[in-house]
Design a protein around this ligand. Sequence first.
Ligand SMILES: NC(=O)C1=CN([C@@H]2O[C@H](COP(=O)(O)OP(=O)(O)OC[C@H]3O[C@@H](n4cnc5c(N)ncnc54)[C@H](OP(=O)(O)O)[C@@H]3O)[C@@H](O)[C@H]2O)C=CC1
Ligand SMILES: O=C1OC[C@@H](O)[C@H](O)[C@H]1O
Length: 392
Amino acid sequence: MTSTPFTLRWGILATGNIAELFSRDLLKDPSIRSVSDVRHVISAIGASSSATKASAFATKIHDGKPHNVTCHGSYSALVADENVDIIYIATPHSHHYQHALLALRAGKHVLCEKPMTINAAQTAHLIQVAKEKGLFLMEAVWTRFFPLSRELNRLLFKEKVLGKISHVTADFGLPFSKADLSHRLLDPKLGGGALLDLGIYSLTWVMMACYADPDNQGEKPSVVGQMLKTKETGVDEFTTISLMFEKSRVSATASCNMTVRSTEDFCRIQGELGDITVQWSPFRPKSFTLEILPEKMQVVGEKKADGEEELAQYKQQPHERIVKEVRKFDIPGDGHGMFYEADACARAIRDGKTEAEICPLGESQLTMEIMDKVREMNGLRYPEELEAVESY
Ligand SMILES: NC(=O)C1=CN([C@@H]2O[C@H](COP(=O)(O)OP(=O)(O)OC[C@H]3O[C@@H](n4cnc5c(N)ncnc54)[C@H](OP(=O)(O)O)[C@@H]3O)[C@@H](O)[C@H]2O)C=CC1
Ligand SMILES: O=C1OC[C@@H](O)[C@H](O)[C@H]1O
């Protein structure tokens, strides 16, 4: 017997690049990804300046076909729309805090693009408002919801294919630094810089490989970070963060930059039994490769390699690994892959939950705290009006 799918009614706040990709994914038939329990409807679109702009966007995402979307000329009108359950915030991150607050205060659930806010204090405030109002809130870290990421989680923490994980590196670089100085990544007034826009993915991979480990037991890392800033606008062009989980004995590095594209294997997770590398891109990865160490090289638990001879052999071997598995993941139906996070929002709201298990608010908060610390260590502060938190 098939039951009626739960329908989530979306309001799209902003009409830029990511709003278009996300909206197009919402419009895809869920059956292309074998989903039948939830479905999505775009009920309304809000543009900051005019209903005409919202209307042009509605026409674009429907490829000129007829549609039944209400188009609003202000964000306030959008969040007041009674036919909307959840607002997707797709403005630049300089504006996430104020727009998410606007939506929550209007009684709407919120999916907010990454990074959730400019700083941790703003994220904490949003979480508090959502909790007080019993509303669902999630940072749109869509990468966490890919089948690839879920399978990785299963292999690492259920099957424990690498044994104990001890070292993780993740990098995300794209050459934005040569873009026009008004580009949002270069503009401090729009919260520009590599860390908040790109580094958040490197940190996400570290969180997925270290913090999500049940053996980590909620241990927060100690953090040290360095930045090299752009000469022109003073936002971070290169950022490298060292994260140490002292109790669980894991060392990680998260890096990002706006000058060179990261290598194909942008993330490496190393454990007692071998490595997993994840292939480009950090936001929409295509595959991962599981490589296992030859048995004689595995140093498991308290057991030490047998004697001098074996250790000497260990030192001499040139990265001997056995490729056990290469797993490729295609995104079905010409989708961008943002529908997976949308499905998670729908299921959580259907089930009366105020956060999604796969992207918990505590991890968004911790990630913001790490980014705050690295910015503070390096004297990167955005204009006061961006950093401000309303009194509550
Ligand atoms: N998940 C992902 O893969 C990606 C996420 N992002 C995140 O999404 C956010 C938006 O990125 P993107 O879509 O590329 O940005 P765009 O510049 O393409 O779009 C931003 C939109 O926000 C609205 N807006 C409202 N106020 C402002 C303002 N002061 N300046 C500029 N735009 C404003 C505009 O829509 P209007 O005026 O019509 O309302 C504009 O079209 C960023 O925070 C980024 O981190 C970005 C790219 C990829
Ligand atoms: O989320 C993102 O992923 C892809 C990048 O191109 C973009 O700048 C960033 O916002």
